[in-house]
Design a protein around this ligand. Sequence first.
Ligand SMILES: [Zn+2]
Length: 228
Amino acid sequence: MNAPQPLRHALLSNIGVDHGFGQRGLAELAGLRCPRQVHGVAVATAQQCAGQDPPPEADAVVSEQIGVRVAVVTADCLPILLAGDRGRVVAAVHAGWRGLAGGVIGACLAALRERLGKSEGVAAVIGPHIGICCYEVDEPVLGAFEERFSETLPRALRQTRPGHAQLDLGLLAREALRAEGVESDRIGLLEAACTACDAERFFSYRRDGPETGRLVHFIAAGARIAEG
Ligand SMILES: [Zn+2]
């Protein structure tokens, strides 16, 4: 059997950027630029992640360094990889419920757009994360979303027992990307990738507890690959 490979998505492959979402059993990658994730909304650069020890506290990292892989790690939270149409600017985001409610997606898009060419669009792909099937939350978590996601929240919920509901983080992330001006057809989602359901492919904090491993998701800026 072949060794597992990082999971790729056509929206990013078409731009020609090197990228991959993690699954279990991948060979360890060297030279990744990772921020120190704290479930916040700060955005670091690839340079900052390379130049500081420990790296800066941030949950998104943006890069214009060609061929340098920036990365985030997750075990149930949402990984999101983004690239400008020309592939010269990329970003990786770690968004748990705190980051999502706090606006980490908007913060990352702002940092990305500062670096994009005029009228350059963005593609964004949401990677493996805990699905609505396995993600029951309580009122304090739901309350955190009410301000930023008041319109979307009812669609992202499935009521369970009193004071609890299952929550679709992927749907909220999609809506956040749309609200920030990413076109619907440029937002991708890996299919059937619930980290808690699929123990063979993914680590899951909910399923396995704090000792579980972490999935590594990376992307690197690059020139568009010549085709044909
Ligand atoms: Zn599930």
